[in-house]
Design a protein around this ligand. Structure first.
Ligand SMILES: [Zn+2]
Length: 149
């Protein structure tokens, strides 16, 4: 997504949990503890993937995108589908997205990544190399498009 920034990837932590599980230092009941709320969010607002659950290997994982931020007001903390995020990103200045993977078969769940979305990311974008060729046709085109907003 164009305004995506400050991405934090939690795949290392996830691998560590899976290693602990494999070594028998934690049980599946410790890691397969998705709450009813999380499972409902996965059912109604989740995005299916074609990746198998690393625990039960019988169901595909579902991704749930939770959104947080002052501008969201009462919507803060709700789950949104991936398709809804670009619209929000153009409407709001900044909000945080937490992506959680869930298995609806065995209740495995883990935070996958977090990042910021929102229009503030566009401003940072135009501070980049784009402005250096402002004399060129591309720069002029960009200024026109901005003027039309
Ligand atoms: Zn599973």
């Amino acid at each position: 997504m164009r305004t995506q920034r400050q991405v934090v990837d939690y795949s290392l932590q996830k691998r560590a949990v899976l290693r602990e599980l494999l070594a028998g230092r934690v049980g599946t009941y410790d890691v397969c503890d998705a709450s009813p709320y999380l499972k409902n969010a996965a059912r109604f607002h989740g995005d299916p993937t074609d990746r198998r659950c690393p625990i039960c290997r019988s169901e595909n994982l579902t991704l749930v995108h939770y959104i947080y931020g002052d501008e969201l007001k009462q919507s803060a903390g709700q789950a949104r589908t991936l398709a809804e995020l670009p619209v929000l990103a153009m409407t709001l200045r900044e909000f945080q997205v937490f992506v959680v993977e869930v298995c609806l078969g065995c209740d495995w769940n883990h935070l996958v990544e977090q990042y910021l979305l929102g229009r503030d990311g566009l401003a940072a974008d135009s501070d980049g190399t784009g402005e250096q060729d402002a004399a060129g046709a591309e720069g002029a085109g960009r200024r026109r498009r901005e003027a039309q907003r």
